[in-house]
Design a binder for this molecule. Structure first.
Ligand code: GTP
Ligand code: MG
Length: 569
């Protein structure tokens, strides 16, 4: 198991919502579902409310933990708190009531500085200063500070090496990297702090996290995608005109929805850059398909992407969250595949021709839909199960799908996570990417509608390809790595004691393995010869004797058992 995991890890605004959610839908979404699981809307509403009652305090002074809490509790009961370290110690303190935050801010003072250059913008990001400098140096950080960064690969390796099966390792890997409760609270608090900035212009706005911060697939250290939601002001909240006199707001008209979004983000971005404490390095990326402003929030260490008018991405997030909640294996597999891909350089934090985490997640979902029996339903099936309150059409795209987990039938597939991981590699090692498109709406391959190396249909904007950026070389790399990982997992499987391989049917395994090895080796040989002749030139080199020794060298370097030996030696 250790060798197997070692090998895997070490290689390597104003949107026109035509028929969006009605008030009834919002109510429907904010209640807990029958089976105890909550919809993303319900989770978000609860977490946003908690974040509004919270403050972020930089604790540079050396003060006793109890004294710190006693001082704060003069303003009201503290519901939750935690400390974390990020170039200093910070405390996130959630009060039981909103009035406590107001009282605390009332009592806070403006720092004295020698030059008169402070921006007088007050926020819930505070600093605790030498309240009692004579106290001992028992910093709150010592035992109680929570890590907000991902563990090192060595730590993870150690944890994994103690596990007895690949299934346990997959679970451990997920537990080691997934966002902690505290990290999620911090993400909502940062959104809430930024909402206070945007509220200067749009008092009724909200800023919601989306993407991997909330979809259940986030890894410690992932970016914080934020959505400036102005639908409370425009769009959804439009009141029906009543007969008789009525007053309406005079509103400024923008040239287009996109231009309005760009202007709003530009102005809010300026405010964030110049007024919001802790926000640095702002870049406006307003000409992107989805305009955004990017900046770093220093106290939390998060890289933030603020977007607006991005309801479809919010829907994608909700869909991914739903799939992750349906079956625990979804999250385990997505996590493991994302980690595998990152470690092998299939995905990258730098934008480019790489497969993105979002595309990769859709690929995992598609693979799970293709199991027999399917592990998760198709998006069309989820749409057919939707009730009237779930209806959602955004910019002409049908984004309707059921939100009540209890209404979704599952088919009793009992494959283990480890088995699914091997099957994932097998599946994509031989997927006909040249002809077919991946479509989680239908749950079956579709003919590719356009020439792109990798075509993954956008689940909601179905004419779009979410992996348009991926070039042929990157796809080829992904396929080759899947082939290799499939091969390696088969090898380690055969080396395991029989008792630990009970999930694999031996006959099926053997015949599949033989045919895969045969095709893998044949394709590899052809590719190596082709690659060699292209590089070296056909005619001249063909007569040279050294060409054959080069080819032998290539063969040794490419065929797995030899590669392993070469690497070891
Ligand atoms: P990491 O940030 O890499 O951890 O994953 P992420 O899921 O947050 O991806 P990313 O930050 O790139 O995008 C944030 C969210 O925007 C995703 O979760 C999707 O909901 C959505 N998104 C990203 N790319 C696309 C795309 O190409 N099409 C659509 N429809 N939505 C996308
Ligand atoms: Mg993200």
């Amino acid at each position: 198991c250790l060798r197997r995991v070692d090998t895997f890890l070490h290689r390597g605004i104003g949107t026109k919502v035509v028929a969006a959610q009605t008030e009834a839908a919002v109510k429907h979404d904010s209640v807990e579902k029958n089976d105890g699981r909550k919809s993303l809307y319900a989770v978000q509403a609860e977490r946003q409310e908690q974040a509004e009652r919270s403050v972020l305090i930089s604790c540079y002074s050396r003060i006793k933990h109890n004294m710190f809490l006693k001082y704060l509790s003069r303003h009201g009961d503290i519901k939750k708190h935690f400390f974390y370290e990020n170039n200093g110690v910070y405390a996130v303190v959630e009060f039981a009531r909103q009035e406590s935050v107001a009282s605390l801010l009332e009592g806070a003072s403006i720092p004295r500085v020698s030059q008169e250059s402070v921006v007088p913008f007050k926020s819930r990001l505070l600093s605790l200063r030498n309240l009692d400098s004579g106290e001992s140096s028992n910093r709150p950080s010592s035992q109680r500070a929570q890590p907000q960064t991902a563990p090192t690969i060595n730590d993870v390796m150690q944890r994994l090496s103690k596990q007895e099966s690949i299934d346990q390792q997959i679970t451990q890997l997920t537990e080691a990297y997934q966002l902690t409760e505290e990290n999620i609270s911090l993400r909502y608090l940062v959104c809430s702090l930024l909402k206070d900035v945007a509220a200067g212009y749009f008092p009724e706005c909200t800023i919601k996290p989306f993407g991997s911060s909330v979809n259940g697939f986030g890894k410690l250290g992932c970016d914080l995608d934020m959505f400036l939601d102005l639908d409370g002001i425009s769009g959804q909240n439009m009141k029906m005109p009543t007969p008789g006199l009525c007053l309406e707001y005079q509103l400024k008209m923008g040239n287009s929805e996109r231009a309005t979004t760009q202007n709003i983000l530009s102005v809010i971005g300026e405010c964030v850059e110049h007024f919001a404490p802790g926000c640095v390095g702002l870049h406006k990326i307003l000409n992107a398909r989805c305009p955004l402003v990017r900046f770093a929030h220093q106290p939390s260490g998060f890289q933030c992407d603020l977007t607006a008018n991005n309801r479809v991405a919010m829907k994608s997030t909700e869909l991914l969250y739903l799939y992750g909640e349906l079956d625990p294996r979804v999250r385990l597999l997505v996590f493991t595949v994302r980690c595998w891909a990152r470690t092998h350089g299939v995905t990258s934090s730098i934008p480019g021709a790489w497969i993105t985490n979002f595309s990769l997640t859709v690929m995992v979902l598609f693979f799970l839909q293709k199991r027999s029996p399917p592990i998760i339903p198709t998006l069309d099936e989820l749409r057919d199960l939707a009730g009237p309150a779930d209806k959602s059409v955004i910019e002409g795209n049908d984004c309707t799908f059921v939100s009540d987990f209890g209404n979704i039938p599952l088919h009793g597939n009992t494959a283990t996570p480890g088995q699914l991981l091997r099957e994932f590699f097998d599946f994509y090692a031989s997927f006909p990417f040249n002809k077919m498109s991946i479509c989680i709406r239908k749950g079956t391959e579709q003919n590719k509608p356009e020439v792109a190396p990798l075509h993954i249909q956008n689940p909601f904007e179905t004419s779009l390809n979410v992996s348009k950026n991926v070039n042929a070389a990157q796809l080829q790399r992904f396929t080759a790595l899947c082939q290799e990982s499939a091969w390696l997992s088969c090898q380690s499987q055969t080396m395991m004691p029989k008792s630990k391989r009970k999930m694999i049917e031996s006959d099926e395994f053997t015949s599949r393995n033989i045919s895969r090895t045969f095709w893998g080796v044949s394709c590899g040989l052809i590719w190596i010869l082709f690659e060699h002749f292209i590089r070296e030139g056909w005619q001249e080199k063909f007569q040279e004797r050294s060409v054959w020794s080069n080819i032998c060298g290539h063969l040794l370097a490419h065929i797995h058992p030899f590669r392993k030996l070469i690497r070891i030696s």
